[in-house]
Design a protein. Structure first.
Lengths: 112, 908
């Protein structure tokens, strides 16, 4: 991308969503999307809509649960929160991601 | 277990689509609203705020779509969609659907019916432990050109194998047997087998009650329970209402007390296919009946033998090992006279896989079944060609529909998939109906086997294997007849289709469709020629002069093994019995014969003419041992001389058939000459001895064991005393009875039997006519079924041709209209339409004739007195096919003549 933003890597969105929910508690889809944008300092080329398939994926695995609630503008909205199972998974996923990142870093650090 | 959780949630979502869609809509709307509000707070105008919100969200429709695909079961969703659509299509054209389903039902039904029989007879794996290890051990005598399958073994050979071979374990023997069975006052016959004591252990089957036979039961003198008997599960349920107390019950089997020790498991039918044994006894039963000598007789081959291969030993290795041992085993077991007979010298030991058991029916029916399987395969291909044509026609009628769907974004694969589902929706009901048809035809097909035992034992009920093959058939058909239309549909050019509703010129698919007709016609012609050849064979067999008159003649097999009379007295008993039966009112003639004609039994002996100086080597001839009136009973005329007398004055006389007279006394009259019967001393190995007999009569030629052969030379010897206290024809001879009716013969025979030999088992007489008909059972099965398949092929080809011409006329309506407007006469138009199809027919007939010639050559062994290349058969078959083709073409072609040029041009 010419505007200096990078695409979201396959599989990283899920972990971003999990971490967001871990730090923020129950949140609706828009909230999660905004939070990810803020944390990434708008360096990510994220279509907000793409978090919905990611949310569905996590839901199907039973890592997050949903519940209808009322948003700040008094509108019905679906809130997502981490399940107990999901909390355990975060550790594993984090670890695996860190391993990949470290490996990548080693590759990049290798002098030409 | 992630995938399970995901699958579960997908399944759950599949059923709540509507609610979930609403939820998703609401959630996404809330998202946009929240984003818009935030943008408003940042100071954007309402319009700008909403636009920015949508922009940062991305494509709403795409997100929804990918969300849905991930949420439910998209494959199933699409399938349901296709099925709904297909149902509507079928609903709109019920006639088309009806014809398609019916065609398929016939095609698939024929396949299922034949396959059910093939499966039952050839393919079903035995329900025993590790059936793959099982092999059948036998002696291959085919090197000497005998038609018979491999010969069985006997106990001394089996024991030698057990001792010397390292290739096998669990070598066991099996012999099919019919038992007279008495339990209390209930007297009946039970079909079953005598087996070596280790048979059940070796097969690894477990009793339903009590215990099964063990080697201890097979000791000489009987086991712990005396003579132990095992009954089948079927007999247990039918006779004893599955009462477990049947174990220990005392019964009488052929006059010998036996104890039922257990019940074989349900569904176990032994190792001989197409048999359903109800009673199993140890081999020791043979010793109980006929003495230990009979059980251990090395000169007789009577035990079907099976074994398990040791692990790591291949069938080839086992065979190699056995063939190095085999000559030594034969040396030790066989008497020298038999050992050095050419048949034995040239024989080899055979180790054959027996995963599916063994049956003598396989010898007879393996090839016919494969032939029938090929024929039904051809019928199925004709069906598919028909349906393919129909579907192509419909596909071209639906061109606009396909084009619109394509224009709306349906991919090529999606279109093909939908068409395929539609085909499958016709094929599966067709298959179901086909299974029903096959099931109904089952008893009829079995009846044609002409084997009462097999008829009862073979189940024509559809089983999983058969259903699997049927469904595979249906899917195969759907692919085959769906392929062409799907291909052309997906290749249809959209704008061309949308522009003109009625194509004027031939589309790409026409060429393809044309080829179905020659294809169908050539297959049909092959079927018709084969059916005609096989039909001619049966007719020739049945009408060829056999030398016998079969009406009102019955054969009664009589077992005089246990009558007190021996030697002379036994011969007298036979004669008295024949005379006694003859006294009953309605009985015309009665005679005795060791070999009943046309039952597939051969008995030959070596004879030489004493007067003839040149011919010193004995020549083989068929032989029979008969009583007086044999010739009059079977309506065989005596050409010169006289019949044998019903007493011992003819002890040294004989009657020969014309062929035998020619063979031994060429050029002179055989009457009064002496014929020498050379007797090889099989048991003792002593020098050959001989017996002379004087020819007192020459009888007309007759066929002997089968209708297929020309009348062989036959020597008829009178019944006299033979070896070991029995007659020279053995202890089980036939009474041959000609009476007013079959029932008269039966009651007279049974009455005489009760009177003169009450200890003998009652075996009901069989009709000669039935035997006559059943002796061509194999040919009959082939000819009737192939005839039926040929008719089916003809019918389907006719329908196919009709369809093609009808479609062509519709397609070319405008063209024909133009031609007529320009002055074409009606006959010319008619010719135009017919010429095209006649050309296709001719191509089909030519290709078909070649294919038929090839096919006919390869079945020449089934034929009798008709050459595979018989020109009449070919010409008539081709004519029939051409006629049906032209009639099928004429019907729709007539419609071309009624086209009104003005009307046709106006619709343009």
């Amino acid at each position: 991308m010419g505007d200096g933003k990078s695409d979201v890597l396959q599989g990283t969105l899920d972990l971003m969503v999990l971490k967001t929910l871990e730090s923020m508690g129950p949140l609706h889809g828009y909230g999660i999307a905004r939070r990810i944008e803020q944390v990434s300092n708008d360096t990510l080329n994220l279509n907000q809509g793409t978090i919905y398939p990611a949310l569905l994926r996590l839901q199907q695995r039973g890592w997050i649960t949903t519940e209808w609630g009322t948003s700040e503008n008094n509108r019905r909205a679906k809130y997502y929160s981490l399940s107990r199972f999901g909390k355990k998974q975060i550790e594993k996923e984090t670890e695996s991601w860190q391993r990949i990142a470290a490996t990548m870093a080693r590759f990049l650090a290798t002098p030409r | 277990m992630d995938w399970l959780r995901i699958l579960w949630s997908r399944c759950a979502a599949f059923f709540g689509t509507k609610k979930l869609d609403e939820d998703l809509d609401e959630e996404l709307l809330a998202h946009i609203d929240l984003a818009t509000e935030e943008n408003l707070r940042c100071g954007m105008s309402p319009q700008e705020a909403r636009r920015a919100a949508l922009l940062s969200f991305g494509g709403v429709a795409q997100i929804k779509e990918s969300y849905r695909v991930q949420r439910g079961l998209p494959f199933l969703d699409v399938l349901l969609q296709d099925i709904r659509f297909g149902t509507r299509q079928i609903w709109h054209a019920p006639g088309f659907a009806f014809i398609a389903v019916l065609t398929l039902a016939l095609g698939i039904g024929a396949n299922t019916a034949v396959f059910t029989l093939t499966h039952a007879l050839l393919l079903r794996t035995l329900p025993v432990r590790d059936p793959g290890e099982l092999v059948r051990l036998s002696i291959d005598v085919s090197a000497t050109g005998t038609r018979d399958d491999n010969a069985p073994l006997n106990l001394p050979i089996i024991e030698a194998i057990r001792r010397q071979s390292h290739s096998f374990h669990d070598v066991f023997a099996w012999c099919v047997y019919d038992f007279p069975f008495r339990d209390g006052n209930v007297n009946s016959g039970l079909h079953g087998a005598i087996v070596s004591g280790n048979a059940f252990e070796s097969l690894g089957v477990h009793p339903a009650a009590g215990r099964l036979l063990t080697p201890a039961d097979d000791q000489s003198g009987g086991g712990p329970d005396g003579l132990a008997a095992v009954i089948s599960y079927r007999a247990w349920v039918a006779r004893y209402h599955a009462d477990p107390s049947v174990v220990g019950r005392r019964v009488i089997v052929t006059d010998h007390p036996a104890t039922i020790v257990g019940v074989a498991p349900a569904g176990f039918e032994g190792v001989i296919v197409a048999e359903h044994p109800d009673l199993y006894l140890p081999l020791e039963f043979q010793a109980a009946l006929y003495g230990q000598e009979a059980k251990h007789d090395g000169g007789r081959l009577w035990l079907q033998t099976f074994a398990r291969l040791n692990s790591g030993v291949s069938q080839k290795q086992a065979s190699a090992e056995m063939n190095s041992l085999f000559p030594h085993i034969l040396d030790a077991v066989l008497p020298p006279a038999i050992r050095h007979m050419p048949v034995v010298e040239n024989s080899r030991f055979a180790v054959k896989p027996a995963r599916t058991g063994w049956s003598k029916l396989r010898v007879q029916y393996t090839e016919p079944l494969l032939l029938l399987q090929l024929m039904v395969g051809a019928v199925l291909l004709i069906c598919c060609a028909n349906l393919s044509g129909l579907f192509l026609a419909r596909a071209s009628a639906r061109r606009v529909e396909f084009a619109i769907r394509g224009a709306l974004g349906a991919g090529r694969l999606r279109l093909m998939r939908q068409l395929f589902v539609e085909c499958l929706m016709l094929a599966l009901p067709g298959a179901l109906l086909g299974v029903g048809l096959a099931w109904m035809a089952g008893p009829w097909i079995l009846h044609m086997l002409g084997n009462a035992e097999a008829q009862e034992a073979i189940s024509m009920q559809p089983n999983p294997a058969v259903l699997g093959v049927t469904i595979a058939c249906a899917v195969f058909c759907a692919v085959l007849f769906g392929m062409a239309p799907a291909w052309t549909a997906s290749h249809a050019s959209m704008e061309a289709a949308l522009r003109s509703a009625q194509p004027r010129t031939a589309a790409g698919s026409t060429g393809l469709r044309n080829w179905f007709v020659p294809f169908q016609v050539s297959l049909s012609l092959t079927l018709v020629v084969l059916a005609a050849l096989l039909g001619t064979t049966v007719t020739r067999l049945l009408t060829d002069d056999s030398g016998y008159r079969t009406e009102n003649v019955s054969f009664a097999l009589t077992d005089f093994l246990r009558v007190p009379e021996k030697g002379e007295a036994l011969v007298t008993l036979y004669r008295r019995m024949a005379a006694r039966i003859e006294e009953f009112p309605g009985v015309e003639h009665v005679s005795i014969a060791a070999v009943a004609p046309l039952m597939g039994v051969r008995w030959s002996d070596d004879f030489l003419a004493v007067a003839n100086k040149q011919r010193t080597r004995p020549v083989e001839s068929m032989e029979n041992v008969i009583g007086a009136h044999y010739f009059s009973t079977l309506s065989i005329s005596i050409l010169s001389g006289r019949d044998l007398e019903n007493n011992d004055s003819d002890r040294n006389s004989c009657v020969v058939s014309e062929a035998a007279a020619r063979l031994y006394f060429p050029g002179t009259s055989a009457l009064g000459k002496t014929l020498r019967n050379v007797i090889h001393h099989s048991r003792t190995g002593e020098a050959d001895t001989y017996r002379d007999c004087q020819i007192v009569g020459v009888a007309q030629d007759t066929k002997y064991d089968a209708l297929r052969e020309l009348p062989p030379p036959i020597v008829y010897l009178p019944i006299t005393v033979g070896e070991g206290g029995s007659t020279n024809g053995g202890s089980t001879l036939f009474f041959i009875i000609r009476a007013r009716s079959i029932s008269t013969a039966r009651s007279a025979y049974l009455a005489a039997l009760h009177e003169l030999a009450p200890s003998s088992p009652e075996i009901p007489p069989v009709e000669f006519n039935q035997i006559f008909q059943d002796s061509v059972a194999r040919e009959r099965l082939l000819s009737v079924l192939s005839g039926f398949f040929a008719m089916l092929g003809l019918l389907l080809s006719g329908v196919g041709i009709y369809g093609l011409v009808a479609w062509n006329v519709t397609r070319r309506t405008t063209e024909i209209g133009v031609r007529m407007a320009l002055g074409a006469t009606r006959p010319r138009v008619f010719l135009l339409v017919i010429r095209h199809v006649a050309g296709l027919l001719a191509i089909g007939v030519l290709i078909g004739a070649l294919a038929a010639l090839f096919a006919a050559r390869s079945i020449h062994t089934f034929l009798f007195e008709v050459q595979p290349g018989n020109p009449w058969v070919f010409v008539l078959s081709a004519l029939v096919l051409m006629m049906i083709g032209l009639v099928a073409a004429t019907l729709p072609a007539r419609r071309a003549l009624t086209i009104d040029p003005m009307q046709a041009l106006r619709t343009e």
